[in-house]
Write a protein that binds this ligand. Structure first.
Ligand code: ARG
Length: 586
């Protein structure tokens, strides 16, 4: 594996040394380099420098230019506007850089992070005995993509699926199952759909008894106590709900083409043993105080209605522990045992106050030190195509699986319309890849903090910023490579490049920098935007620069095929990081 320094990093280094040569005190100043329409790159950093040095920016810029060595990399540099630098890269440097990326295989020359840390990422956390909803979909999709991107930078990631598998609601369910032992088929005998419908049936039936029968209610309450005190028989019944739910979760994750590891499913119940200690430590340190029997933490800045302080409840007055206690206990383990340097939570924005309070509490207790970052990547709500909260026409919440199935069906229509040489089996397989890809892409391409509209028509559209568009771009390139026959992709650095080739080439060079930026900012939409632009730049390259017909000179054809191939590999790798497949034929 040979990593490649990006052109922009090389230019950046060039500029930095020219700046220091001009003004020694400018050492370390950022030249603020970016891609530009006027030239290949523009540097705007001299303005700030001039201001500091009380110098004329244009004159300072001219001085810097005189210290820049032009050659293969920086072919030309000019002062423009109030003191910007316009920089043009040599064609040879572009092609050589891309050739090194092409030779590197899957990593495309992207270097690994120098001091990787450990990110524990909490995502895809549905609740036991409950149907998954579109909110859970977002956590799974965004979390899975972020994780791949972070992994790609060389950082170590550990997943935690903090499933909701504990709480008083289990008293009713377990008591019912205890009284009707045949109601839940063994998990080994059912598929995902049966598992969920069994759970739904048991839930409804137990609810009905619970609401109408006071004695049952009492028995259910006693069952909660038995569960909390670790009664063996009660725990066995509880485990059956967990197992049955997992069959369902896995079937959804499989549909989502997502790999979830069993050892990373560590739900709320896993922290039961540690919770009393968490509470004791917080009380001893004075971080938490007793208030009306409960153990709570107060915050000056966090106030609710009527300016009343909103406390975080660590332990309820009846002695029970809840959601906050499990999260606080989880933090201790993630930092101490997993050695996390970053804790990332991909959780609905409606829980962001909870996380603010939990993080602050953990900081006061010293469990989160200055060397550990904690972040809630709070995503917005999923809305229907009409912009209203997502409901069926009858006003019910939409089942996640129905939604995914419908996406796949729509995709099948799109694929079938365009399919020329695909068999029915192939169409079905592609429909899955296209439909699920469309759902993921629509989610990932919206800035996560924003609400987003779940609009299937838009998602599977062939035009515009959709995964289908990118998948077609990829498949089209593969078909060109097949058609090229014995002319094979090969880089020819001696060739002059067309404007469209240069634009495509410079964009290809930026892949690694984009992934690093998107991973560091937890912003998958920056990667989707990059890929969409890549496909657009490829289209205009292909329009302007014939690859096969009319046949260009052999070297030109090889070099263009090489650009095609590198574009395809970059698309493939980028889509893979988003969890989206790129079929070879569509
Ligand atoms: N199970 C929770 C829910 O469905 C999400 C869990 C988020 N993770 C956490 N560590 N609290 O709302």
């Amino acid at each position: 594996m040979a990593s490649v320094t990006s052109l922009s990093d090389s230019v950046q280094q060039h500029l930095a040394s020219a700046l220091t040569a001009t003004r020694p005190e400018a050492a370390g100043a950022d030249p603020l380099l970016r891609r530009s329409d006027r030239a290949d790159y523009q540097a705007n950093g001299i303005l700030a420098l001039a201001k500091k040095a009380k110098a004329n920016p244009r004159e300072l810029a001219a001085e810097v230019v005189s210290h820049i060595v032009t050659g293969d990399l920086v072919k030309d540099v000019e002062v423009s506007g109030p003191g910007f630098l316009n920089i043009t890269i040599g064609d040879r440097a572009i092609t050589e850089n891309l050739a090194a990326r092409h030779a590197d295989g899957e990593r495309l020359g992207v270097p690994l992070k120098e001091n990787p840390g450990v990110t524990v990422i909490d995502y895809a956390q549905p609740n036991v005995a409950k149907e998954m909803h579109v909110g859970h979909l977002r956590s799974a999709v965004i979390g899975d993509a972020l994780r791949s991107m972070i992994d790609f930078t060389g950082e170590k990631t550990i997943g935690r699926h903090h499933i909701g598998d504990w709480g008083t609601q289990f008293g009713m369910l377990i008591q019912y199952l205890f009284e009707h032992p045949g109601e839940l088929a063994p998990a080994a005998d059912v598929d995902g759909e049966q598992a969920m419908s069994n759970l739904n049936r048991v839930y409804k039936a137990s609810r009905a008894v619970f609401d109408s029968d006071e004695e049952f209610k009492d028995r259910a309450r006693r069952r909660v106590v038995a569960l909390q005190s670790g009664d063996k028989e009660t725990l066995e019944l509880w485990q059956r709900f967990v197992d049955e739910s997992k069959v369902y979760f896995y079937s959804v994750f499989e549909k989502l083409d997502m790999e979830i590891r069993d050892e990373e499913i560590v739900g709320e119940s896993a922290y039961n043993e540690g919770m009393p200690e968490t509470a004791r430590l917080l009380e001893e340190m004075g971080v938490a105080v007793r208030s009306e029997g409960a153990l709570v933490v107060f915050f000056d800045e966090i106030r609710g209605k009527d300016d009343q302080p909103v406390p975080l409840i660590v332990q309820k007055a009846d002695g029970g522990f809840g959601y906050a206690a499990s999260d606080l206990t989880a933090i201790r383990g993630r930092v101490l045992d997993l050695h996390a340097s970053t804790l990332l939570y991909v959780v609905d924005v409606r829980q962001s106050l909870h996380f603010r309070m939990v993080f602050e509490t953990a900081r006061r207790a010293g469990w989160l030190g200055d060397d550990v970052t904690a972040h809630n990547m709070a995503y917005g709500t999923v809305l229907g195509a009409d912009g209203k909260p997502f409901k069926t026409r009858a006003g019910e919440t939409v089942r996640l699986e129905d939604l995914l199935d419908e996406a796949v069906q729509r995709a099948a229509q799109v694929v079938r319309e365009k399919a020329r040489d695909l068999t029915e089996d192939e169409i079905q397989e592609r429909a899955g890849q296209v439909g699920i890809g469309a759902v993921k892409y629509a989610d990932l391409s919206t800035s996560p903090s924003r609400d987003y509209k779940f609009d299937l028509d838009q998602m599977v559209s062939l035009n515009g910023d959709t995964s289908v568009y990118l998948q077609y771009a990829y498949a089209r390139i593969q078909s060109i490579l097949r058609k090229a026959g014995e002319v094979r992709p090969a880089a020819h650095p001696e060739l002059e490049l067309h404007e469209a080739e240069r634009a495509l080439g410079l964009h290809l060079d930026a892949f690694g920098d984009t992934v690093f930026e998107a991973a560091a900012e937890y912003a998958p939409h920056k990667l989707t935007a990059y890929l969409y632009q890549l496909a657009s730049l490829y289209t205009s390259f292909y329009d302007k620069c014939p690859v096969i017909k009319p046949a260009p000179p052999r070297e030109v054809a090889e070099n263009r095929l090489f650009l095609c191939d590198l574009t395809a590999r970059t698309l493939h790798q980028g889509m893979a990081l988003l969890g989206i497949r790129t079929p070879e034929r569509l």
